[in-house]
Design a protein around this ligand. Structure first.
Ligand code: SAH
Ligand code: SF4
Ligand code: F3S
Length: 422
């Protein structure tokens, strides 16, 4: 059997597609490079901006022709009437628009959200046998089995997921609604996966989480992570700031019961055979000096930080529910530069509702003062479910484009300086 997979979206999706491929390869499938040649087509999608959804929808539309074509050819040549290519829409857009697209696109046999990826091979088999159509967009904790395959696209580095979902609810962002709330992978499972990568000869890993600093894994009383309470704590909640002391041989340091991101990094650093570690993404509101100190002293952690600031205007940052000011951000960057002496990159949104020229200049000011090695600059796109969706999208597209171009031009010059400095 032949599988074709197409991936839209972020690194999290790249890793998910890789793990999905692994599940099929372990069942004897082979991968093909053209959808026309496949028995199973999976389209892993993104909903972060409308444009990302439109691209996936137009690709899904183009597959309708392939199913018709394939059926004709097979019927003509082999007189097979029950041949069926199975097409699955999977991932974030399946969660966001699955029900609507299930009705509209009758050539889609399977629609499945990111929480249930471990079930994809089972559903495909059921569809092939019973000729049914299936939709499963329930949100729940992912099964650890999903990450079990040893298939890796690249031999030089690998992604390792440390958490799924997000509970930060930035007002513009759909991720918490399509990926669910923050859920943490067990540290032992993460370490096992890193070790499996080492066994495959991979020495470089990138840890993935929507905000890696939200990683706060609570240990069970016995100190084992297996079977302990799963789930994370939003920053400022529960144990995040627990101070304690050891007295009379009794451990009263509550911090010992929590594995936070810095501790997790320290554990991963110790794994023999791992040479380079990096991670995305860090949210400015809870990126700590402790992390910077670890980065400065580590031989293995890359001295680069992806630190999205989104906007330089305090008013807009507040409307975005980001939890920091321009000054907080610039202070954090100063600490980073002083302690780590590394490079930075960022994400920026232009044209958020009510953004004025003055607000925009605050953003441009941050871009020019920090000097990022590279920056991803986006035009605001209203997303369903989000709280900003209720605000009028009042910055005209032309104006968004103008601001976008100004920042791109500015960043291009800065990025060139980095290239020329080398
Ligand atoms: N978890 C990461 C990235 C999330 S999505 C973080 O918190 O930084 C990647 C980027 O897409 C975001 O940083 C943001 O710049 C952009 N983005 C998210 N929602 C958007 C929207 N509705 N319109 C435009 N850009 C958006
Ligand atoms: Fe979206 Fe904010 Fe979570 Fe990033 S931290 S995924 S921007 S809600
Ligand atoms: Fe990633 Fe897009 Fe989903 S950015 S988490 S694939 S909405």
């Amino acid at each position: 059997m032949k599988l074709y997979i197409k991936t839209f979206g972020c690194q999290m999706n790249d890793r998910d597609s890789e793990a999905l491929c692994g599940l099929f390869l372990d069942r004897g499938y082979i991968l093909v490079s053209e959808p026309e040649d496949a028995d199973v087509i999976l389209v892993n999608t993104c909903s972060v901006r409308e444009h990302a959804e439109n691209r996936a929808i137009s690709f899904l539309g183009s597959l309708k022709k392939i199913t018709n074509y394939k059926l004709q050819i097979t019927n003509y040549r082999f007189q097979i009437t029950d041949y069926k290519m199975v097409i699955g829409l999977v991932g974030c857009m399946a969660k966001n628009r699955g029900e609507e697209l299930f009705k509209k696109m009758s050539h889609l046999d399977l629609i499945i959200g990111p929480a249930n990826f471990d079930k994809v091979p089972y559903y495909i088999e059921k569809i092939r046998k019973e000729g049914v159509r299936i939709i499963d967009i329930e949100d729940k904790e992912r099964k650890e089995d999903f990450y079990s395959s040893s298939f890796r696209v690249r031999k030089d580095y690998a992604y390792v997921v440390i958490s799924t979902g997000c509970s930060n609810y930035c007002s513009y962002c759909i991720v918490p609604f399509v990926r669910g709330p923050l859920r943490l992978r067990n540290p032992e499972d993460i370490i096992d996966e890193v070790k499996r990568n080492v066994k495959l000869g991979i020495k470089k890993i990138t840890l993935l989480g929507q905000n890696v600093n939200d990683y706060q894994y609570r240990l069970s009383a016995e100190g084992s992570t297996r079977g302990s309470t799963r789930g994370g704590f939003a920053s400022g909640e529960g144990f995040a700031s627990g101070e304690g002391s050891a007295s009379g041989g009794q451990i009263t340091d509550y911090k010992l019961q929590i594995i936070d991101f810095v501790k997790l990094l320290r554990m991963i650093e110790k794994i023999e055979g791992i040479e380079k570690i990096d991670f995305v993404t860090s949210h400015p509101k809870n990126t700590s000096r402790e992390l910077f100190e670890l980065m400065a002293n580590s031989q293995k952690i890359k001295k680069h930080l992806h630190l999205p600031f989104q906007s330089g205007s305090d008013r807009i940052l507040k409307l975005m529910n980001r939890g920091y000011t321009k000054e907080d951000y610039l202070n954090l960057v100063n600490d980073y530069k002083e302690i780590v002496r590394g490079t930075l990159s960022t994400d920026i949104i232009v044209g958020f509702p009510t953004e004025t020229e003055e607000d925009f200049f605050e953003t441009k000011d941050v871009l020019e003062r920090v000097r990022f090695k590279y920056a991803y600059i986006f035009k605001y796109s209203p997303r369903p479910h989000t709280s900003a969706f209720k605000l009028e999208d009042d910055v005209p597209l032309k104006e968004k484009e103008r601001r976008h171009k100004i920042l791109l031009d500015s960043q291009r010059k800065i990025s060139l300086e980095f290239i020329n400095e080398k």
